[in-house]
Design a protein around this ligand. Structure first.
Ligand code: HEC
Length: 303
């Protein structure tokens, strides 16, 4: 059993002990006959619980239970901290059939979980192509933006489905998303912002904000960690991913062109949306204004 699964089982067990109702218990045990009996007796399929029974059925891929609960008016949009909506629960484990049943019954394909992830983002982060396809066919927004809070999901900050799939090398999902039109967020128009910014302040800020992972003013420091120490000296106007002392992501290597102010600004503000699949997966809380000063600094030393 993977560690995540063990944690989940433990959390579920705790939830069950705290709040298990008869419907929850039957669904948890995968006992469809008992579920039917309870429903015939007029049990409440939306009985209060930390995790609604429909989410448990969806998470475990118990299609028949999902069907029964949905037919009985189980709340399709109820969310739990742990799983999000029932669609997220099915998307996390890749149960496309359960997704189709709930979509047909009117579940919102763009519902959000605690990380502002849509079910399509959850399916993409977990590599489930069939589930992703079912959601795309239901017109899920392929460019929706969520806020990842764990590096295990591919980053820490704003992300989209394409980034999550690329970050985890889920080829089938990447193909599906690209075919459905998923694309990077276009660079922002920022020339006025940069012109008004302060390069000197930007130099200090770059040394504070970017130097955990980059060399700002020195080219020749030893790169100890291959993921760190990438020099940004001369970055303005430099071809993208062009240093030969660093192993860039495929996503960055596939990009053409040079670092313009638009691209530099957009990438620093929202790396994973501007270049889905990038290895720069951490936004350390710098503000858009600070980024403008930083870009103004890199521009000033290039001129
Ligand atoms: C937590 C580590 C981290 C921090 C902090 C960080 N970066 Fe990065 N950065 C990376 C990594 C990793 C890459 C390589 C990305 C790839 O290969 O997809 C990168 C790549 C880049 C590149 C592309 C360089 C090239 O040669 O094409 C630019 C530009 C960049 N970062 C700018 C910034 C700026 C500006 C800041 C500060 C506001 C910053 N980064 C802060 C980790 C970081």
């Amino acid at each position: 059993m993977r560690l995540k699964t063990i944690f989940f089982a433990l959390a579920l067990a705790t939830a069950t002990m705290a709040q298990g109702g008869p419907v929850f218990d039957a669904v948890m045990a995968g006992d469809t006959a008992e579920l039917k009996r309870l429903i015939d007796d007029g049990a409440d399929v939306n009985e209060p619980n930390i995790i609604p029974p429909l989410q448990i059925a969806a998470f475990n891929g118990h299609t028949e239970a999902v069907e029964l609960l949905v037919a009985q008016g189980a709340d399709l949009e109820a969310t739990s901290t742990m799983l999000g909506t029932a669609l997220h629960a099915a998307a996390q484990k890749g149960y496309a059939e359960a997704i189709e049943i709930m979509i047909k019954a009117g579940a919102d394909p763009n519902a959000r979980n605690n990380d502002q992830f849509t079910p399509l983002m959850t399916a993409s982060a977990n590599g489930h192509a069939r589930a992703a396809r079912a959601l795309i066919e239901a017109d899920a927004d392929v460019d929706a933006i969520g806020r990842a809070r764990s590096t295990s999901k591919g980053g820490y900050g704003n992300v989209n489905a394409l980034h999550l799939a690329r970050a985890n090398d889920y080829e089938n999902v990447i193909e599906l998303l690209e075919a459905a039109g998923a694309k990077p967020k276009p660079p922002l128009k920022v020339s006025e912002l940069i012109a008004a910014a302060d390069p000197e302040l930007g130099r200090d800020l770059a040394n504070q904000r970017c130097d955990q992972c980059h060399k700002i003013e020195s080219e020749d420091e030893v790169v100890i960690n291959p993921k760190q120490g990438l020099s940004l000296v001369g970055i303005f106007g430099r071809p993208i991913a062009s240093r030969d002392d660093f192993e860039y992501s495929i996503a960055l290597r596939q990009m053409d062109g040079v670092w313009t102010e638009e691209l530099l600004y957009s990438f620093a503000v929202d790396a994973m949306l501007t270049v889905p699949g990038t290895l720069m997966r951490w936004h350390d809380g710098w503000t858009d204004d600070e980024v403008a000063h930083i870009v103004a600094y890199f521009k000033s030393v290039a001129e």
